[in-house]
Design a protein around this ligand. Structure first.
Ligand SMILES: [Zn+2]
Ligand SMILES: [Zn+2]
Length: 847
């Protein structure tokens, strides 16, 4: 033992450090470890290191006794910020895997993995050296700088540059400092997230009876404080709770050695500290019991795909599996797609596990988040519930991983490090040798194919709990029920379309002057009226993102699609063409429907506000709420609307994807999907799958209680396989059909996919850069197929034009090799100077 310690001590001269945040394109940097700090510097601690003329925070990744070859000057670590490592060996292993798989640097991954606010840094702060009266005569920018410092006091150089809005501030500061007019010092800015310390007074030794009598006689106040502390739990009190006289008494007792003063860490009152009444677990159904037993019997790594219809009690399976892991002294990682939308689930976890639960979510302040992170690292909270980034929580002794709603696109990070938390959760389970449960009513076809291949174990919950029936689902054919929408993009409607418009018959509750609705068909209006008459609740679902540039024939329902990629074409205004953004195929914008020949291609879009107005006009006495990104931009708004909905204070809720997830509202008996086509027509090869998942999930909101549910889906494409499978709640019918289509076109899960996205402010340069790299790509490994380049469906975001190139291959190694090769080539091209290249491995959204 002592031998290895001695060897470790010798191998601590140099540290490889990952900066937080990472510097683009740079991985680990090497620093010297000062002799005096060798005992404290270990992998996983934060250090403050010099970089250029400032200091930044870094994480020590590894130590060595020799510097890397070819490095001549090595600067020293300036300070060590932690006494214990904040990153565990497990997390390093996961981070290394992540860096390799997502073709990026370890520094990049660590920066994404750590909670925010952990960064200390320095700023250059300028102050006047002389009283301003003695300053030499100055002009222009220099005069402005000095007068600013004289009136407003010392300021950071960066702040001065901002206030004076002049790029020459840096040079002027240096000139003034050289002449002794001002002084520039480097000042440390502490990280936003740090431990909160409190001072506690503890009894150092109990007094004997004689001593107490003497104390009572000679110093009654000290005696009173002594008795108070001796009677307190743990024989200690918080120093900040003492009044002035007790504080002076404490000084006396400290001097006598009767008390000691201890500084210790105190957690903030985060979400986890609010008490939740414990709740006993319900009795399991036989299917649930089989699943829990099957999960518990395996003692090494396995992935269980838990496919349970909506309302079948998947959560109870997770909780009981977690209880068993917890009872063995192990920790549980419990991932949910979005914490804010799953508060019912979080409450249930806390009812079962009490204060041993840490909840990691984006609403926590840096301090609260840090406290939760520390509670997890120290094993004080062994049930960790969180969204995406919780996959990097510093859990020790992991015993089980749960990924709820595994198909949800929210698990994919869509900027910075584009990781999929569902996939990383499986890697974590594999590294720890434990079970990962992926649960869903509508598993992703990728996961389902793994189960078919025998790599995942498939467990099913085919029925709802308490024998509740699944809701009945009916499809309403808008081709015969709705007028052609006047929102048509290319060209005015033809006379035939105008005459095809259907005028709605009168419906109960309809006002006399109401115009025919575009998106509320007569059968749907009638059903809403009946439901409201029974005093039950109605949920009307719209898509979050109407994609106005995907066109569809309103005569026959067929979307304008690419013949070779099976995705919707998008209208490209500048070129007046309909374009496939996968392969670049184009046809004239004003062309007839390729299925029926009619000139009826239109954009199928919807607007939430418009619907809210129409519903209000038809049902003036109904209490109507709307839940979408617009109405919930403030923090508490979403909670308020959902509470009103759950308590029955709303009759009708109009909502987007947000309402589809996890809310058990028992009085909801009617769900209306206003236009299923919006989901079906997204220009993404996963559109059909997403539509099926969404429709199943939305339909699952109906009839969760004792009352039977009914679902009405409006569409122009009633024969689509996603809709047909959703009406019968039949995943087993949907998946084979969808998998066959994917196989035919070579899409995942039958290939691996990487998208290279080019983003630039200049349209032509961005296009040229994409074309140039595509030429290099086509000259590569024949086992990698190339599609594109083509403009992305969201052609321009935040003033940047976007092009994309798709790379697919059956071999993940060949694919990653090609991507690495292309990245090296890219750096030598002219395009790299003005265009940003984003690598998206296993992309989830193709928009
Ligand atoms: Zn195509
Ligand atoms: Zn048609």
């Amino acid at each position: 033992m002592s031998h290895s310690l001695a060897r470790d001590a010798g191998a601590r001269a140099f540290a490889a450090v990952a900066l937080v945040p990472a510097i683009p394109g740079k991985d680990l940097l090497t620093y010297q470890v000062p002799e005096t700090e060798r005992a404290r510097v270990q992998p996983g601690v934060r250090v403050l290191v010099p970089i250029g003329r400032r200091h930044e925070t870094g994480i020590v990744v590894e130590l060595s006794d020799t510097p890397p070859p070819g490095v001549t000057t090595i600067r020293a670590i300036a300070d060590v910020l932690d006494d214990e490592a904040i990153l565990t060996p497990d997390l390093f292993a996961l981070s290394r895997w992540t860096a390799d798989y997502y073709v990026t640097t370890l520094a990049d991954v660590l920066a994404a993995a750590l909670p925010g606010g952990l960064r200390a840094s320095t700023a250059r702060v300028a102050r006047l050296a002389l009283p301003s009266a003695e300053a030499p005569p100055l002009r222009g920018l220099e005069a402005a700088l000095v007068s600013r410092l004289a009136t407003a006091g010392p300021a950071s150089v960066r702040a001065l540059a901002r206030t004076l809005a002049d790029r020459r501030v840096d040079a002027a500061v240096r000139a003034l400092a050289a002449r002794g007019v001002i002084v520039v010092e480097e000042q440390l800015r502490a990280p936003a997230a740090k431990a909160r310390l409190e001072t506690v007074l503890e009894l150092a030794r109990p007094l004997g009876d004689d001593e107490r009598r003497v104390l009572e006689h000679r110093a009654p106040r000290q005696h009173a404080l002594y008795e108070r502390i001796a009677a307190a739990p743990g024989c200690r009190v918080d120093a900040s709770a003492l009044n002035r006289s007790a504080r002076s008494a404490a000084t006396g007792l400290l001097r006598r050695g009767t008390l000691v003063s201890v500084r210790r860490e105190r957690y903030r009152d985060g979400a986890t500290s609010a008490p939740v009444a414990p709740l006993a677990p319900p009795t399991l159904t036989s299917a649930q019991r089989l699943a829990v037993d099957a999960i518990a019997e395996q003692t090494s790594f396995q992935v269980v795909l838990l496919h349970g219809v909506t309302g079948s009690g998947k959560t109870e399976v997770y909780l009981q599996a977690a209880t068993r892991a917890h009872a063995r002294g192990r920790s549980v990682l419990f991932l949910v797609p979005e914490i804010a939308l799953t508060h019912q689930l979080v409450t249930r976890v806390r009812q079962r596990f009490g204060s041993g639960v840490a909840v990691l979510h984006s609403d926590l302040g840096p301090g609260e988040r840090w406290d939760e992170w520390r509670r997890v690292a120290r094993g004080e909270a062994r049930i960790v519930v969180g969204a995406r980034s919780a996959v990097f929580a510093p859990i020790a002794n992991l015993g089980l991983v749960v990924v709820d709603e595994e198909h949800d696109a929210a698990y994919k990070q869509d900027e910075g490090l584009r990781y999929n938390a569902r996939d990383l959760a499986i890697v974590r389970a594999k590294l720890a040798g434990v079970t990962a449960i992926l649960g869903s009513a509508t598993p992703s076809v990728e996961s389902y194919q793994q189960a078919l291949d025998g790599k995942y174990r498939l467990l099913t919950l085919p029925q709802r709990v308490e024998g509740r029936p699944l809701p009945t689902v009916e499809v309403l054919d808008l081709r015969t029920l709705a007028p052609v929408t006047p929102t048509a993009p290319p060209g005015p409607p033809t006379r035939r379309q105008r005459s095809a418009a259907v005028v709605h018959p009168a419906v109960p509750g309809q006002r006399d002057d109401a115009r025919p609705s575009m998106l509320l068909s007569a059968p749907l209006l009638a059903a809403i009226g009946e439901t409201l008459a029974r005093r039950e609740q109605v949920l009307l679902f719209l898509n979050r993102r109407g994609f106005a540039r995907a066109l569809q024939c309103l005569g026959c329902g067929e979307p304008a699609g690419c013949p070779s990629c099976s995705v919707s074409l998008t209208l490209h205004e500048r070129r007046q063409v309909l374009l496939c953004h996968h392969c670049g195929f184009a046809r004239a914008a004003r062309s007839p429907c390729s299925a029926c020949g009619r000139d009826a291609l239109r954009a199928a879009v919807e607007g939430t506000e418009r619907i809210e107005q129409e519903v209000g006009a038809y049902f003036p006495s109904a209490r109507v709420g709307r839940l979408d990104r617009d109405t919930t931009s403030s923090r508490g708004a979403q909670r308020r609307i959902l509470e009103a909905w759950e308590t029955g204070a709303l009759d009708i809720l109009i909502g987007t994807q947000m309402v589809a997830k996890g809310h058990d509202v028992h009085a909801v008996t009617l769900v209306g999907v206003l236009l299923a086509d919006v989901a079906l027509n997204l220009p993404d090869f996963r559109a059909a799958e997403r539509a099926f998942q969404l429709l199943t999930q939305v339909a699952g909101r109906a009839g969760r209680g004792a009352l039977a549910g009914r679902v009405l889906i409006q569409t122009y494409r009633p024969e689509h396989h996603s809709l047909l499978a959703a009406t019968t709640h039949d995943y087993a019918a949907f998946a084979p059909r969808e998998l066959a289509l994917r196989k035919e076109l070579g899409y995942p899960p039958f290939s691996r996919l990487v998208v290279l996205r080019f983003e630039g402010v200049d349209a032509e340069r961005t296009e040229r850069a994409a074309l140039e790299l595509a030429r290099h790509a086509r000259a590569l490994d024949g086992s990698v197929a190339i599609r594109g380049p083509a403009p992305a469906p969201l052609e321009r975001i935040r003033n940047r034009y976007r092009w994309q190139l798709l790379l697919t291959s059956r071999s993940v190694q060949a694919l990653h090799r090609s991507v690495r090769h292309l990245l090296t080539t890219w750096r030598t091209t002219r395009g790299a100077r003005a265009t940003r290249l984003v690598v998206d491995v296993d992309p989830v959204s193709m928009l």
